[in-house]
Structures are given as structure tokens and as C-alpha cells.
Design a protein around this ligand. Structure first.
Ligand code: FNR
Length: 365
């Protein structure tokens, strides 16, 4: 069964009613996810703060927002992370997300393309991303069950610059029709990474990547890992809302936050992380972006917040939000004495609350 989009494994593709039924659930996913992104909700990022230094010696105009990700230079150190596609309405959402991202110079990831790999009639709901954002850095998206050839088709579909492979065990388990066998995932990721013509990023979907997992991913040959931690979109909450028996409700909140994941990668046994790190999960403000960068991410992604901005306030509001985030990230970097993204690694971070408590329990050599 396909992860995240529940559209069925691409390698067992059978276009038809099943594909249609599964694809329509994407609309439901967007609706259920939006209820998790009420403004003002506290997230684990609140545990990360900065020591203020009153003479930072910087100028806003001198701040360079660019960052190097997967061998490319991104103008902006945040991106619109993977969400949707597959139905008429989610295709329209992809077009609006891509238009705003392109206009603001922001990179964008597609939602899982499994449904289009099974049913070519749905390809346009993904292709619209590249058509709308011809010059953007675009990431294709598949799960760890697809054959390398299908992963290549997903990349071609979007003329993508990189490929995301999502790992979502904690979503599959409570999903009644979800996968039940995860034993082949690591091996398949290695095959996909080996065959891919573009860099491969493995991402979680909101439960976090532990240092152990990141080390394993490095050994599988992936270029980067997006730790995609908890506290924002929660696919256990979404899947359990879709079932009537109340099973697995106690898993809501499963996993670890992006901040904790980054801390574990920074301070793990081998020192710095063995692959490039990206961070996402519960990112709602420009300060969250700077927190993620200061903890070692090359760029920081947001999904639910941008989708909520789009669905509640429209495409123009999303564009204004992206532009405003750029200006605010610039301002916060200047405040912190950082003229470049790399300089943020030298800021004085304070880790408090549950994140500090949990970080103390991590094994550090
Ligand atoms: C997602 N996410 C996701 N991830 C992925 O790799 N493939 C996908 O198809 C989807 N689909 C999807 C739909 C919707 C509606 C949302 C909100 C999210 C997960 C997403 O990329 C991200 O990892 C998590 O949502 C955590 O980030 P936020 O939402 O807390 O910023």
C-alpha cells in the first residue's frame, strides 16, 4: 500500500476504481490536516531560544539568505514541503503552491506521486507544478516501495531537481488499509538512491528521524535527510480520525520533534551528521526556520502552515506570507549577528522544556 497518499503500491498498479477511491482521500487528508494547524498552537520549537547579544555587528542589507542544498544554491533557506496532487482539487492546490513558491524564489516539493504512477490520467495534477514553476528547484516524491524505474518516472514527470522518498511507518500502522511489511524499505531506498539521476532525500512525514536512522540512510547512499519531526501535521491523528473503532488513538503525538532530531544528529556519537540535513515538522514562523538552521539544517520546510494559508486566505496571501518570511528571516539573522546561513551555527542556543529533558536522555559519547 502506498504511504501517505494511501494510493496503493505503484509496483502493483491497477488503474481503476481503487485508484480513484484512494486518490479522493487526498482531499480528505488536506481537510483533516488543516484542523491540526490552528494558529497560536504551541509547538516543540518553542523550546529553542537564542541568547540575545545587543551588539551583533550586522546589517540587514548584508544578510545573504542563500543556502547550498544537494549541490545547488537556493535563494531562500526555507521551502514548501511535500503535500498533494492526484485529484482535480489537489492539482489546483499544487498549481497555487507552485505559483507562489516560484514568484517568491522558494523551492517546492510535490506530494506523493504514486497515484499518477498507477494512473497516467492523473499526471497533470503533478506536472502542473513544473509548468507553473519552470525555474524553481522542484523535488519529486515517492515512497520506499516503488521500483527504481517508477522513481525515475516520478522525477521525469516533474523534470525534478531532486527526489524525496517518504518513510511513514507510523502512518501505515494505524491505517486500516496500510502496509504491514516494512522489511524491504531500506533495501529499496538503496536501490532507488543507486539508480537515481538526481540527489535523493529521505524524509519522514512528521514523526522524526533518529540519529540511528540517519546513519543507516547515509550507509544506503542517500544525499540528504529531512528529519520532519512531530508537533505539527500528525498522520496518526489523521488516520485515526478516519477510522471508527478508536484504535491507535493513544499513538497521537508519536515520535520526536525536529529540534530533538537535529540535536541528536549534532551531538551524536560521530559528531556532525553523515548526510546533509533538512528540517521540517511544525514549522509555523520565520523564527522556527532560523531555529532549524541554527541547529544544523541546510534549509527548513513547512507544509501544513503554507497549505492552511492558501486554503484559508488564498494564493495572494500565500505569496505575501512567503515574501514576509524571507524578510523576517533576514531580520532575525541580522539580530543574531549572522550574515550567512552558516554563521547561524555559531549562535548561542538555549534548549529548555521537554526538548531539554529528552535531549539529556540521548546517548552521547
Ligand atoms: C503531507 N506530507 C507528505 N509528505 C510526503 O512526503 N508525501 C506526501 O504525499 C505528503 N502528503 C501530505 C499531505 C498533507 C495535507 C500534509 C499537511 C502533509 C507530510 C509533510 O511533507 C511533512 O513532512 C509533515 O506534514 C510535517 O510538516 P508540517 O505539516 O508540520 O509543516
Amino acid at each position: 500500500m502506498s504511504p501517505v497518499d494511501q494510493s496503493g503500491g505503484a509496483e502493483t498498479a491497477q488503474p481503476g476504481v481503487a485508484v480513484s477511491a484512494h486518490a479522493e482521500r487526498k482531499d480528505e487528508h488536506v481537510r483533516l490536516a488543516m484542523s491540526l494547524h490552528a494558529p497560536g498552537k504551541t509547538t516543540p520549537w518553542a523550546d529553542i531560544s537564542f541568547l540575545h547579544h545587543a551588539l551583533p555587528g550586522t546589517a540587514l542589507d548584508a544578510v545573504d539568505l542563500s543556502t547550498r542544498v544537494l549541490g545547488s544554491s537556493w535563494q531562500v533557506p526555507f521551502y514548501v514541503n511535500a503535500m498533494t496532487g492526484g485529484t482535480e482539487s489537489t492539482g489546483r492546490l499544487n498549481a497555487a503552491l507552485a505559483e507562489a513558491a516560484a514568484a517568491a524564489g522558494v523551492a517546492i516539493a510535490s506530494g506523493s506521486q504514486h497515484v499518477a504512477l498507477r494512473d497516467r490520467a492523473r499526471e497533470d495534477t503533478f506536472r502542473i507544478i513544473r509548468r507553473t514553476a519552470p525555474g524553481a528547484f522542484v523535488l519529486a516524491n515517492v515512497g520506499p516501495t516503488v521500483a527504481p524505474d517508477d522513481a525515475a518516472r516520478a522525477v521525469e514527470m516533474l523534470e525534478a531537481d531532486a527526489l524525496q522518498v517518504h518513510v511513514n511507518v507510523a502512518q501505515e500502522v494505524p491505517m486500516p488499509e496500510g502496509d504491514r511489511d516494512f522489511s524491504g524499505w531500506a533495501g529499496r531506498i538503496a536501490q532507488i538512491a543507486d539508480a537515481a539521476q538526481v540527489p535523493v532525500v529521505v524524509k519522514e512525514v512528521g514523526f522524526g528521524l533518529s540519529r540511528r536512522t540517519v546513519d543507516l540512510l547515509a550507509s544506503l547512499g542517500v544525499a540528504a535527510a529531512d528529519v520532519a519531526g512531530n508537533g505539527g501535521t500528525d498522520f496518526v491523528a489523521i488516520e485515526t480520525a478516519r477510522r471508527e473503532d478508536g484504535a491507535y488513538r493513544d499513538l497521537v503525538g508519536w515520535g520526536q520533534s525536529a529540534a530533538l532530531c537535529l540535536l541528536e544528529c549534532l551531538h551524536g556519537p560521530a559528531g556532525s551528521a553523515p548526510v546533509e540535513l533538512l528540517a521540517s515538522g511544525a514549522v509555523r514562523t520565520p523564527l522556527d526556520v532560523v531555529r532549524g538552521l541554527a541547529l544544523g539544517a541546510r534549509a527548513v520546510g513547512a507544509s501544513g502552515h503554507f497549505m492552511r494559508t492558501l486554503t484559508e486566505s488564498g494564493p495572494e496571501a500565500l505569496y505575501r506570507e512567503l515574501v514576509s518570511w524571507k524578510e523576517q528571516v533576514r531580520g532575525i539573522m541580522a539580530l543574531l549577528g549572522a550574515s550567512r546561513v552558516e554563521d547561524l551555527a555559531c549562535t548561542d542556543l538555549l534548549v529548555t522544556g521537554a526538548t531539554a529533558e529528552r535531549a539529556r536522555l540521548l546517548s552521547v559519547d
